[in-house]
Design a protein around this ligand. Structure first.
Ligand code: ZN
Length: 681
């Protein structure tokens, strides 16, 4: 599972999203001159991320990162092909034109062409990475023909004749492959989706095929269909084309394996070497039992400093949810930030015992959830250029049940988002008091990360149900109320001197910054993500509106939190942080009671009254003010480059890191050096 940044990535991190991560060194401090944003087109910002503490790794660990990062780049073509069968041919056609065109590059047409190519690179294909809608080129088919005519034929390779005609139709015909994934009720989702996980197969056939495979008595079932394309053979029988070194995508997978073999030899621990070799065996055979065995060993490895994900992992791209897109990350533990999660986890019982809830609903013995904070060193496949900020793996339910899961938050990515967002005008537009803007600049990231740690490590794990309550009584309000419970636990303790005493934060100013952000977001600025006329639907957003709305109303007589109108604009201002903390505690007590007793009616009343409705006047104002800031809604990243230093025998003695600034150059380099799969006809 992935946590990704939603629509308004620019602002962000600190206000809008349930953000994960605990970076203590919030991006802005260390290198003010570092240029975070390297490109901007359409609705996309392209950023860079830093890899702090890379030099704290040993030479052997650096070599490990280097080999894994090469393996992370070798699967790029797989994702293009998975997203749509003609994506590779489209990309290569566009690149052949782009790299050879000698005509006028100042025209609108050329700029539209360049923008289209940048979008295709960003989305790993012709469909938007987030919405899944096919891109519409802002240049005409006639212009495209003149570009093609100027392109040397040998640069296009086998893209000619009917394949070239198909490429043109894929680009210009809006009715062909309109959506990457179509999950509209009532349509044949497999036929309607442009993704390449099924070919010549209907939804009903695919569902019947997998239904027949599932053994319901198996307590440890493999992830059926995870690593294959489902097609019909010549006789019309359904067969899987398995993605393995000798099967489909073999040419790319053999390269991945080649680098993984080198990586295995310098792994951090013997256990890590062993499961890396299991992963290699899985890639060679496609045997999903080996993939499970690899995952079991991987999830138990909490000792290695360097870690990685490499494989067919997430199934969001398959309308039926069987097949996984290829992705990779290479990372290492952020020791400093992970200390915070450790301290919090070690004191979990103290927090539980002092929680403001009814004592009978406290957990007598609470287990803190362990999570680590990582620094990502390389992104590949479905993690590049758009990347998650948190990952929780493996996905197989039985492995999670029997062996747990690893939850990671990617601190250097959130730091890059925050640093890039600083100066985008959001604070100036929406925060009234200069002292509050200063608080946010200094402590906003720390406060937000601490909120996430407390929410994840303690909030969800706290409390217990009354006897006879199953836990599913709250039905459709369950997830909103559960998120509210975890948020309130975090908000309540955020402003507790115990955190300073434990050394988790240096000052309660951190809490003030977070309280300001939370109230402004919940009462006002999160509305930027809602279309005019709509109500709030998403569970995290409902939870924030519920909490902010409830404490605002309860504290109204004391003016704990206020709406202030100035210069025709509305602002949210917190006047009394200690009273606000008390109100968070009161609401936590009530929501814990609702959960523990399974009180559906009270839960519904809370959510419907505070969490759903939108004030249309305030909504319109917020949308207008936000639009004027012109913040790109989506962001992604270019990768760093690792340059190995070799001794005479060819062994890596050290690895140097560079941070390139040219998005186009990186994409062309990857297409040149890490492209192993053929075009399809
Ligand atoms: Zn949560």
């Amino acid at each position: 599972m992935k946590e990704i940044v939603g629509l308004v990535a620019g602002i962000v991190m600190t206000t809008m999203l349930m953000l994960m991560g605990c970076s203590r060194e919030s991006g802005s401090g260390s290198e003010r001159s570092f240029e975070w944003q390297v490109d901007r087109f359409d609705d996309i910002n392209v950023l860079r991320y830093q890899v702090p503490d890379f030099d704290s790794l040993t030479p052997r660990q650096k070599a490990f990162v280097y080999y894994l990062s090469q393996a992370a780049l070798c699967g790029r073509d797989i994702l293009y092909d998975q997203n749509c069968k003609y994506n590779l041919a489209v990309r290569r056609t566009l690149e052949a034109i782009y790299t050879t065109y000698a005509g006028d590059k100042t025209t609108r047409d050329w700029q539209a062409f360049e923008k289209y190519l940048k979008k295709v690179w960003f989305a790993n294909g012709v469909h938007h990475h987030y919405s899944g809608d096919k891109f519409r080129p802002e240049f005409g088919a006639g212009y495209f023909d003149t570009l093609l005519a100027a392109t040397p034929a040998d640069k296009l390779g086998d893209i000619r004749g009917t394949l070239l005609d198909t490429v043109k139709r894929v680009i210009f015909d809006p009715t062909l492959y309109p959506k990457r994934v179509d999950q509209t009720a009532g349509v044949d989702m497999v036929s309607a989706s442009a993704c390449n996980y099924y070919d010549g197969v209907t939804q009903r056939e695919a569902e019947a095929f997998y239904a027949a495979q599932v053994d319901t008595t198996d307590r440890q079932p493999i992830s059926y269909g995870l690593n294959s394309q489902l097609i019909k053979d010549k006789s019309g029988r359904l067969v899987e084309r398995v993605w393995s070194a000798e099967g489909m995508y073999g040419a790319a997978i053999r390269e991945i394996v080649r680098w993984l073999e080198r990586a295995a030899a310098v792994a951090d621990t013997p256990e890590q070497e062993a499961y890396t070799r299991t992963l290699i065996d899985y890639y060679r055979t496609g045997d999903l039992r080996l993939f499970d065995r690899y995952n079991v060993a991987w999830v138990q490895d909490t000792r290695s400093r360097v870690d990685y994900v490499n494989g067919f992992i997430e199934n969001y791209g398959d309308p039926l949810g069987y097949k996984a897109s290829w992705e990779s990350t290479v990372n290492f533990k952020n020791l400093e930030a992970t200390k915070t999660t450790q301290i919090i986890g070690e004191n979990a019982q103290w927090f539980e015992d002092h929680s403001p809830i009814d004592p009978q609903y406290r957990k007598p013995e609470v287990k803190g959830v362990s999570a680590k904070v990582i620094t990502v060193a390389m992104l590949g496949g479905d993690c590049y250029p758009a990347t998650p900020i948190g990952i929780n793996l493996p996905n197989a339910d039985w492995i999670r049940r029997d062996h747990g899961s690893k939850s990671v938050t990617i601190a250097n990515i959130t730091a890059a988002y925050d640093a890039a967002a600083a100066g985008n005008g959001f604070s100036e537009e929406f925060i009234l008091r200069p002292e509050d803007r200063a608080l946010r600049a200094q402590w906003g990231t720390v406060g937000n990360n601490l909120h996430t740690d407390l929410h994840e490590c303690l909030g969800h794990a706290s409390g217990q149900l009354a006897e006879g309550v199953r836990g599913d009584e709250l039905k459709n309000y369950g997830s909103t109320l559960e998120e509210a419970r975890a948020d309130l636990f975090a908000l309540y303790y955020m402003n507790d001197p115990k955190l300073v005493e434990l050394g988790v934060i240096p000052t309660l100013d951190v809490a003030r910054a977070e309280y300001n952000n939370y109230m402004m977001n919940g009462l006002m600025t999160q509305l930027t993500r809602i279309e005019p006329g709509k109500t709030i639907e998403e569970a995290h957003m409902r939870n924030r509106a519920l909490i902010a709305g409830w404490v605002y109303e309860r504290g109204r007589a004391d003016r704990v939190v206020e709406f202030v109108a100035e210069g025709g604009k509305t602002y949210v201002v917190v006047n009394d942080y200690d009273k606000l903390r008390g109100l968070f505690g009161e609401l936590l007590r009530e929501i814990q009671r609702i959960k523990s007793e399974g009180d559906y009616a009270a839960g519904r009343e809370l959510v419907e009254r505070y969490g759903v409705q939108v004030d249309p006047k305030l909504h319109a104002e917020v949308l207008e003010r936000y639009a004027a800031l012109n913040i790109a809604p989506y962001s992604g990243f270019v990768n760093p480059v690792y340059i190995p230093q070799l001794d005479d025998a060819g062994n890596i003695t050290d690895v140097r890191i560079e941070y390139p600034t040219d998005y186009t150059a990186q994409m062309l380099e990857y297409s040149q050096n890490y492209s192993f799969l053929p075009n399809r006809n």
